[in-house]
Design a protein. Structure first.
Length: 265
């Protein structure tokens, strides 16, 4: 695309004209609420055809479209007819939630903490058992089914939230500190160019994108012998000793005790 024309100025080439364009887009977000992280025993089918009883971690949540999203608003100059842009609030009826849940924790191995990360699993047998236990009114969607649902706009009189469930299996019972990272609640992102990325480099080389992500912090008490859901606690453990408190915060990547935070990941 980059070339020098013979009979017209280079500023009229596609590459040069694209440098003067500011890309504008809508920014939307969904409200996220969740019930306590819990466990449930479920008989899961195995490749052998037999059933195996497993301890499944799960979290029931809801997403709600409150509107008030951000959109660019063109403003025409009456004298010179130039177009400038401001920001306006808009209500989008029907947003799509494309979730990604990652459970990331620390496992104590031989006196040192090791990183473990788990993607959620689609477990139809577990979803049915969880729906019976939680008694959610309406459909309880897994992380694939909820992508096909348009989240309608809610208002002060009508709550049109959509309920979902996320499930994990085969988690290491030695995990004491962990966070759940959730992407898809907003389309906000940012990018950064590493030092080796020079101006004029070909597209797609070096630039790193990070997406706005909700981080929920949990801790687990107890041992590996008798696991039960009362051990799963939302929030960071507080310590009077500042040295011990700093150690705990490092497990979550925090500088201060926060039960949740928005990050780019």
């Amino acid at each position: 695309l980059e070339w020098t024309p013979n009979f017209s100025p280079k500023s009229e080439t596609l590459v040069e004209m694209s440098k003067a364009i500011v890309l504008r887009r809508d920014i939307w977000n969904l409200e996220f609420a969740f019930k306590p992280l819990r466990r449930i025993w479920v008989d899961m089918p195995q490749p052998t055809g037999k059933m195996q009883r497993k301890h499944i971690y799960y979290m029931v949540y809801r997403v709600k479209n409150n509107g008030s999203d951000l959109a660019p608003k063109p403003i025409k100059d009456e004298t010179f007819e130039h177009i400038t842009y401001s920001t306006q609030r808009v209500n989008k009826d029907g947003l799509t939630f494309l979730p990604q849940f990652v459970l990331s924790g620390k496992v104590l191995v031989d006196g040192a903490y090791k990183d473990r990360e788990y993607l959620d699993r689609i477990l139809p047998y577990a979803t049915a058992a969880i729906a019976d236990r939680e008694n959610i009114a309406g459909k309880l969607y897994n992380t694939v089914e909820i992508t096909k649902v348009r989240v309608p706009l809610s208002d002060d009189r009508n709550d049109r939230s959509v309920w979902g469930v996320v499930t994990w299996e085969d988690l290491d019972p030695r995990m004491h500190y962990f966070s759940i990272y959730i992407q898809g609640l907003t389309n906000a992102y940012k990018f950064a160019d590493p030092p080796q990325f020079a101006k004029g480099s070909p597209p797609g080389q070096g630039r790193k994108f990070a997406y706005k992500t909700l981080q929920l912090n949990f801790r687990r008490t107890g041992d590996t012998l008798f696991e039960h859901e009362e051990e799963l606690i939302f929030g960071v453990r507080l310590e009077k000793n500042p040295v011990e408190q700093a150690k705990i915060l490092r497990h979550y990547g925090l500088k201060e005790p926060l039960d949740h935070q928005w990050i780019y990941r």
